[in-house]
Design a protein around this ligand. Structure first.
Ligand SMILES: NC(=O)c1ccc[n+]([C@@H]2O[C@H](COP(=O)([O-])OP(=O)(O)OC[C@H]3O[C@@H](n4cnc5c(N)ncnc54)[C@H](O)[C@@H]3O)[C@@H](O)[C@H]2O)c1
Length: 275
């Protein structure tokens, strides 16, 4: 599906990262990849990069720094001369912006969440736009579907993710003429380091346990990684500005379907009930 594609994958810090699963599947689907990392996470990312099916190089990129993106674009131009796609899998908010009293978060914390988790997509889009080959390229970012509603926790990160959805649509508008597609994958909650930093993350897991019609396994980033690979592939060549939910169907339900702990059960078909 990704044979011959040259892809940039951000956001791998360890083998539990969603981006690690995406990098792994992208390689297995035939892509050549490079990872990025920053500052304190660089060594951890290098360690994870060695665990991929084919060890990948790690370039430095602080997602909040436009100058880092300029340098990255230069490095990729030298290495490949083009870029067929990128995954944005970067988010961060200080703890006071993630839970508790929404109004008590420091404005700087809200600003950090916004810069790191939403504005950074536009920096990365510039890199993809500059290096996209004539046949086009794909840019995918990871969302937690916070566009239109409030969660029990998540607070200013929810606001940042709402902004991410808007940023993606403006980028789809501006990069479309260059053949660059910009899409989001809205994933259900997964056990990663970032998730571990969200106080009371369990409340999100509980909501998915009772409400996702397909069920939801928070230990398996595979379905999200598969959707990322699809959106980076030529199969998605006419898709842009989209939010693809990979959440077991959670987003389409209006209320819980099960009690906590109750198994996901198939209802008997109507014609079976009638006989
Ligand atoms: N885990 C979930 O439940 C879940 C659900 C939906 C969406 N997401 C999103 O998936 C993405 C990846 O997160 P994850 O859950 O795999 O966690 P993770 O902790 O594995 O990845 C987060 C990454 O962000 C990077 N990062 C943070 N600040 C950075 C900066 N300034 N510059 C460059 N990199 C920086 C970290 O190095 C790390 O690699 C995030 O956007 C997250 O919001 C996660």
């Amino acid at each position: 599906m990704l044979h011959g594609k040259r892809l940039l994958i951000t956001g791998v810090v360890n083998t539990e990262s969603i981006a690690f699963a995406a990098a792994e599947r992208a390689q297995l689907a035939g892509a050549e990849i490079v990872l990025t990392s920053f500052d304190r996470d660089m060594e951890k990312t290098r360690e994870a990069a060695r665990m991929l099916p084919r060890a990948a190089d790690v370039l430095e990129l602080d997602a909040t720094r436009p100058d880092h993106h300029d340098r990255l674009a230069g490095e990729l131009r030298e290495r490949w001369g083009r870029l067929d796609g990128a995954l944005h899998a970067v988010a961060f908010a200080p703890r006071d912006a993630l839970a508790g009293d929404f109004t008590a978060a420091r404005p700087e914390s809200a600003g950090t969440a916004f810069q790191t988790s939403a504005v950074s997509l536009s920096h990365l889009a510039r890199v993809v736009g500059d290096l996209a080959p004539p046949e086009g390229a794909g840019l995918v970012a990871l969302d937690f579907d916070a566009g239109g509603r409030a969660w029990p926790v998540y607070n200013w990160m929810g606001v940042a993710k709402a902004a991410l959805q808007a940023v993606a649509k403006y980028l789809a508008r501006d990069l479309g003429p260059r053949g660059v597609r910009v899409n989001l994958v809205a994933a259900g909650p997964l056990h990663t380091r970032a998730a571990g930093g969200i106080p009371d993350f369990q409340r999100l897991l509980d909501a998915f346990e009772t409400t996702a019609p397909l069920g939801w396994d928070p230990g398996d980033p595979g379905p999200v990684a598969d959707a990322v690979c699809f959106l980076l592939s030529d199969g998605a060549r006419a898709i842009s500005g989209e939010v693809l939910h990979v959440d077991g169907g959670f987003h389409a339900m209006a209320a819980p379907l099960r009690e906590p702990g109750e198994a996901v059960r198939e209802q008997p078909a109507v014609h079976e009930q009638q006989v």
